[in-house]
Design a protein around this ligand. Structure first.
Ligand SMILES: Cc1ncc(COP(=O)(O)O)c(C=O)c1O
Length: 430
């Protein structure tokens, strides 16, 4: 499979050297089976997508039923009825009395829609984002993604009116938080320098918990203070909940932990139950910055409001509520933190076990220096895979083992996989 793939796919896409990739054939719940018949426990949720589990029977049935009569519609011209039903269901979950939504297919697209909305609503192009942020790799979103290796080759195509402010880690406490907020305040007042001028700031874009940045939680109160600063300056607070949304952190949305409501909300990943579906949501007052369509939508795409994805999305939203998956994530996550901290507490190369709900990270440090142990999480991922468990590395230097399992993972699967993971981490040779 690897040889065949290498012969046809652009070499940048799949990491094939070292035999690290296994080829999936089937998946259900938190289990995956590869083409050789090996069965794994998936602690990644396949990039956090499988919130309702792989192939939840209700999602499968919804797709099957929808495929039987309409696979594709004309999203912004002659819309599929399922799009209407899905938008209604999604709007009911939103925090505003009158919600308006732009659908997309990928997370990056939802971010693009939010950034466009902010420019229309405020007339100001500048953006405040955060160090360690990941908002996607399409050119608009990439301008707000912090990691240098993703940006450098395309730097000349990227909008430069984006300022990256330090994201205060939970451990940084009041001092780090104040430094960061002061910097945001200064940028909101003065604008972002670019090409010899100043770009006034219309958007503050933040992940409530940084995902690919290494499962980093801000200190309590940070997001609320950020919202106040943005609002006072007439800028929009955009929460990228593509990773944290839909129950993963133990609430329906991560902002619910923080006593703050964003001006725009981006969702993706689990929204389509495994089919590509994303959304930018906002209150009518903000979203009406978009002009009415006059027959040519200013922002759309061929697959917008795809009926299969909307059908699956409706099923996902139903499953999340009816199976109480956010509460389940809160419970399983709390117990997992205790279990992992107990098992790894004395380990000299474990700096921290952290997270919220089923969004957890184990940060690894070099025992000698205490600095980030670059690449260590990949060593864990390879060994865990050999023993039947999928995990992914995260963090700027690949120093964090990221755990984002399906919220339907059984207690037995979860505890067994966590114990195995702890063994693998303890067995590392620094
Ligand atoms: C917080 C966040 N935003 C945006 C994205 C981009 O989503 P996509 O890869 O679907 O474009 C991701 C993907 O991991 C993400 O974690």
């Amino acid at each position: 499979m690897a040889a065949r793939l290498g012969a046809v796919e652009s070499r940048n896409v799949t990491h094939l050297s070292g035999g690290g990739a296994v080829f999936w054939e089937a998946a259900r719940g938190a289990n995956v089976r590869d083409v050789d018949g090996n069965v794994y426990v998936d602690l990644t949720g396949a990039f956090g997508v499988a919130v309702a589990g792989h192939a939840h029977p209700r999602v499968v049935e919804a797709i099957r039923e929808q495929a039987g009569h309409l696979i594709h519609g004309m999203g912004d011209v002659h819309p599929p009825a399922r799009k209407v039903e899905f938008l209604e269901a999604l709007a009911r979950l939103a925090p505003w009395p009158h919600t308006r939504i732009v659908l997309g297919s990928s997370g990056s697209e939802a971010v693009e829609a939010a950034l466009k909305t902010a420019l229309l609503a405020t007339g100001r192009p500048g953006i405040v984002a955060f160090e360690g942020a990941y908002h996607g790799l399409t050119l608009g979103a990439l301008a707000t993604t912090h990691r240098e290796d993703f940006r450098r080759p395309f730097a000349r195509r990227l909008y430069g009116g984006v300022a990256f402010v330090p994201f205060p880690g939970e451990g940084g406490g009041e001092v780090a938080m104040k430094r960061s907020l002061d910097e945001v305040g200064r940028l909101l007042a003065e604008g972002v320098e670019w090409r010899g001028g100043k770009e006034e700031v219309g958007a503050v874009l933040v992940e409530p918990i940084q995902g690919r940045g290494g499962v980093r939680l801000p200190p309590p109160g940070f997001l609320r203070a950020l919202g106040e600063l943005a609002r006072r300056a007439g800028a929009l607070l955009i929460f990228d909940e593509i990773f944290t949304g839909l129950g993963r952190t133990g609430r329906r949305f991560a902002f619910e932990h923080e006593g703050v409501v964003p001006d725009l909300l981006c969702l993706g990943k689990g929204l389509g139950g495994g089919l590509p579906l994303s959304a930018c949501l906002g209150p009518r007052e903000v979203m009406d910055a978009w002009p009415p369509s006059r027959g040519e939508a200013l922002h759309t795409s061929t697959f917008l409001g795809h009926p299969l994805a909307c059908g699956a999305g409706l099923a996902v939203l139903g499953v999340l509520e009816e199976e109480g998956l956010a509460d389940r994530a809160a419970e399983l996550g709390e117990a997992a933190l205790a279990r992992l901290r107990g098992a790894l507490g004395g380990c000299p190369w474990v700096r921290e076990v952290r997270g919220r709900g089923l969004f957890l990270g184990v940060e690894l440090a070099e025992p000698g220096t205490g600095g980030a142990w670059g690449g260590a999480a990949a060593l864990v991922a390879v060994e865990a895979l050999r023993r039947g468990v999928f995990v992914l590395p995260a963090g700027p230097q690949g120093e964090v083992v990221e755990l984002t399992p399906p919220l339907v993972i059984t207690l037995e699967q979860w505890e067994t996989a966590l114990d195995l993971l702890a063994e693998v981490i303890l067995g590392l040779k620094p």
